[in-house]
Design a binder for this molecule. Structure first.
Ligand code: KG4
Ligand code: ZN
Length: 341
């Protein structure tokens, strides 16, 4: 049978980026349009769901048109429409899902609902065209922290997840407490480069010996307590040292658990995904530990780590070739779990 190329239009609107992308055969990114609302939400110190939904509505048509234009394609050239339907902010998700359903109906094209976390993982397939399962993946973003054993495309064993705050959430909350603003991750990353990571001994929470779960709320509280104590005693606060010391605790836990999982699952490959994977200290430490242990490390470039639609189109491709089709009753599911439909 002759193999033909498959073009997927991906749509993402689960949080504060309105994004559309066209990806060929799950791997080749022909366009990647991201309209970020970050500047707007910065005014409020975090994402305001109602504002996010309204902005998605204003932007989504233009973002999709631009994705087609950049790829030099028209709707006729698209084989299917893939859209994030969860997890995320319900109002924000609904904008993308409604748009995708309207397009699928009007154009008479197949519709494929994609799990946002699965999308993050698939960014690795765009980043490295030869990267394939099985591997262990760390997915760390503003909403999720998961450690996964990826057995095959779309087949995941969840080894661990956060019991409270996601890693990115901890970055954002600590950054806010130090007065660095939203989103905190990139700001702490930059500040930490000028700080001493051994200046303050913040807790590293590993939980039970055999657990792959994470917990970051204790670390966040420790940082807040430290800041309060310094203020009460009129002692100076070195923001760069706080950022570097906090980051060290996060990075040590994330990397140690990932490497232990890769050893236990006896894989050769480790992958990272999600906004926090763009963190320079995390990338460096993970690379070092992977080298020491003989694992290869795959990490998408930062623009594919944070929210984008190319990753959704890639995940949609693998679902599409397996025969997954969604009806016009597809609904946003803010609490969608991995592996659930
Ligand atoms: O994947 P993402 O764009 O959205 C979610 O699905 O949540 O991740 C956003 C999160 C934010 O919490 C942000 O602070 C964090 O990723 N982040 C970083 C860095 N860049 C983004 N965290 C640490 N270091 C970074 N360089
Ligand atoms: Zn995300």
């Amino acid at each position: 049978m002759e193999e033909r190329d498959i073009y997927i239009l991906g749509i993402e609107s689960s949080c504060d980026e309105t994004a559309a992308s066209i990806v060929k055969n799950g791997r080749e990114m022909l366009s990647n349009v991201i309209s970020s609302q970050i500047a707007l939400h910065t005014l409020f110190g975090g994402v305001v769901p109602e504002i996010a939904s309204r902005k998605h509505i204003e932007n989504i048509d233009g973002v999709i048109s631009k994705a087609l234009e950049d790829a030099e394609m028209s709707f006729d050239d698209i084989d299917a429409i893939a859209v994030t339907y969860g997890p995320g902010l319900v109002g924000a998700l609904l904008v993308g899902v409604s748009e995708a359903k309207a397009l699928a109906y009007a154009l008479n094209k197949p519709l494929v609902g994609v799990n946002h976390i699965e999308g993050h993982i698939c960014a690795n397939y765009i980043h490295d065209k030869n990267f394939e399962p099985p591997y262990v993946a760390l997915v760390a973003s503003g909403g999720h922290s998961h450690l996964l054993y990826v057995k095959d495309y779309g087949k995941y064993e969840i080894l661990g997840r956060t019991r409270d705050d996601a890693a990115g959430e901890a970055y954002d909350k600590v950054a806010r407490a130090i007065g660095m603003g939203y989103p905190g991750g990139p700001k702490i990353d930059a500040a930490a480069k000028h700080g001493n990571a051994d200046a303050i001994d913040f807790p590293k929470v590993f939980l039970e010996d055999d657990s792959y779960d994470f917990s970051f709320s204790g670390l966040k509280s420790a940082v807040l307590n430290y800041l309060n104590k310094q203020k009460m005693m009129n002692e100076p606060i070195n923001e760069n040292d706080v950022a570097a010391s906090f980051q060290k605790s996060v990075v040590e836990v994330l990397t140690a658990k990932t490497i232990r999982a890769a050893k236990e699952k006896n894989v050769k490959k480790v992958a990272m995904a999600g906004g926090v994977s763009s963190n320079s200290a995390l990338r460096l430490k993970m690379k070092e530990l992977c080298n020491d242990n003989g694992f290869s490390l795959n990490v998408p470039e930062p623009i594919l780590c944070t929210d984008n639609a190319a990753m959704i189109a890639s995940a949609g491709f693998y679902d599409f070739i397996k025969g997954q089709r969604d009806g016009l009753d597809l609904n946003a599911n803010p609490n969608l779990k991995l592996g659930e439909r």
